[in-house]
Structures are given as C-alpha cells and as structure tokens.
Design a protein around this ligand. Structure first.
Ligand SMILES: [Fe+2]
Ligand SMILES: [Fe+2]
Length: 137
C-alpha cells in the first residue's frame, strides 16, 4: 500500500501547487519505501537528502505566490513553513550525525500528519482566497 496516497480532496485548486504536492508525496513515498526494505545507509542518505531540498523549494514557491497575489495570510502561513523546515533540518542533521535515535518511521509518520493537515487547512485556504478574489495565476 502506498504510504501517502494522493486524492482529489487534497487539491488546492491551483495546478502548480497540486503538482508540487504530488511530487512531495512521491519523495516521502520513496523514503518510506527505502525504510521499509531496510535500504543501506547510502540509499537512505540519498532519499533523506532529497526531501529537505524539495520541502524548501516548495515552501519558497508557495511564499512567492503569496507575495505576488498579496495574500493576507502570508505571515502566518510562512511561520508554519518555517517551523516545519526547522524540524526537518534538525531531524536531517541528527540523522546525518549517525544518531539512530531518530527513527525514520516516526519521522515519516510525523511528516504525513503534518502535510495532510497543512494542505487541507493552510494551503487550501490560499486556494480559496484566489478563487474568492478571482485571482488567476
Ligand atoms: Fe504546500
Ligand atoms: Fe504551505
């Protein structure tokens, strides 16, 4: 079973954001798959490296759109992004330092919950703002 399944309920109504989210889910699924098959350190490092990069890219992408469309929820949404980015960075560096106290499975479960909630509430609120104000990207 796929760890994070994309369904239409996650659509924020903005194709370029939906495409990012699908890609993000793919990175998380790749990581999950590597963890499940107990991939060696190198494989795990590779997928673990790709995720923070993509998270940073995606957050910057959304924040750019917020600015461009004068989204009033910008500051609050950006704070949520920053908090998650800090957590990912911490977990990533602990993992790189060889600490096995960070269990990949727990990290994945945390990310899954965070992402689903964030998309369904914060990201969809931005989609609703665009729709309500008839702003086309
Ligand atoms: Fe997002
Ligand atoms: Fe977001």
């Amino acid at each position: 079973m796929t760890f994070m399944e994309w369904t239409d309920e996650f659509s924020v109504g903005v194709p370029e954001i939906d495409a990012d989210h699908q890609q993000l889910l793919k990175h998380i699924n790749d990581l999950h798959e590597a963890v499940e098959r107990e991939a060696g350190g190198e494989v795990l490092d590779k997928v673990f490296d790709a995720l923070p990069l993509y998270v940073s890219y995606h957050f910057a992408h959304e924040e750019g759109l917020f600015l461009r469309t004068k989204y009033p929820g910008y500051a609050k949404h950006r704070r949520a992004h920053l908090a998650l980015r800090n957590t990912v960075t911490e977990v990533h560096s602990e993992f790189q330092s060889g600490s096995r106290e960070v269990l990949p499975q727990q990290v994945l479960e945390f990310l899954k919950t965070w992402l689903y909630e964030h998309i369904l509430v914060a990201d969809q609120a931005f989609g609703a703002y665009l729709a309500a104000n008839r702003i086309a990207l």
